[in-house]
Write a new protein. Sequence first.
Length: 343
Amino acid sequence: MRSAKDFFAPLAVGAPAPVREVPARPSRAIHFFDPSNPKMAAKVPAMVGTVDVLLGNLEDAVKADKKIEAREGLVRIGQEVDFGPTQLWTRINSLDSPWALDDLTTLVPAIGHKLDVVMVPKVQGAEDIHYVDRLLAQLEAKAGLERPILVHAILETARGVANVEEICGASPRMQGLSLGPADLAADRRMKTTRVGGGHPGYLVRQDPPKGEDGTAQIEAQRATYQQDLWHYTVARMVDACAAHGIYPYYGPFGDITDVVACEDQFRNAFLLGCVGTWSLHPKQIAIANRVFSPSVEDIRHARRVVAAMGDGTGAVMLDGKMEDDASLKQCLVMVDLAEQLAA
Ligand code: GLV
Ligand code: MG
């Protein structure tokens, strides 16, 4: 186990990215609660064990005049609640706000021994991660913490997306990245007012039928297919995370009532390589736990391929399909995830 002292050596800016094993397990749902809201705070103890991560949110959605109450509420919850198998995370305020420094200098001494991950919003580049890394190292050393607190960045500015590789590799503390579709849409001047998810205007249309004279019938009824506004960014984030050995997460899906579209969006992210997502309401926890766990059929199939492939080389036919060294690796991804989640 690394101790806080290992994090004192500053990472030279521009040094090669450290590729390493992620020390935390994947987490399917990161459930947000507002520690300044007494009703939400009261529900936290009963949620332990029902969700992989409980995150005390201090940033957006907490009013400016409630920031201190939220921070103090999180300290109280962190000190009083036994989190058992559930991880405790926090989302601090952004580094350009008046609250971020006090968030860290208050939380680390008070509940640093319970905090698994600090989520940093609006990360623009490696310099933001270096700042948090150094500050955490000092605070951990001062508090005598043995276990390093990990860092998770939200990808929610155009500059952050442009620098996604260097953000992932900026510190050995990096645990993962989440998409922040609301802030990112605003920063890019996209024209959607939704928080995550698709958009009925972002679509492709089937080709027009041809009339008898061969001309295209532009006005004819044609099927349309809604496209995923977030495909590019999620795919880019997944590649950057995979290259640096950290975890990619989808992020928020704001329409709590549309559980069907939420499930679709989460499943797309899972298929593309994400390990989890955010939950803004308890009903999204169940969706995330289901979607981000490999299905029984997928695991059964993956185990059959592993067994059939023997020493892992060559090719075999299984149910009429060719399996080889590469498809074995795909199956091992499923088996590994199933084992990590069962552990
Ligand atoms: C989340 O923070 C978002 O901006 O979507
Ligand atoms: Mg945001």
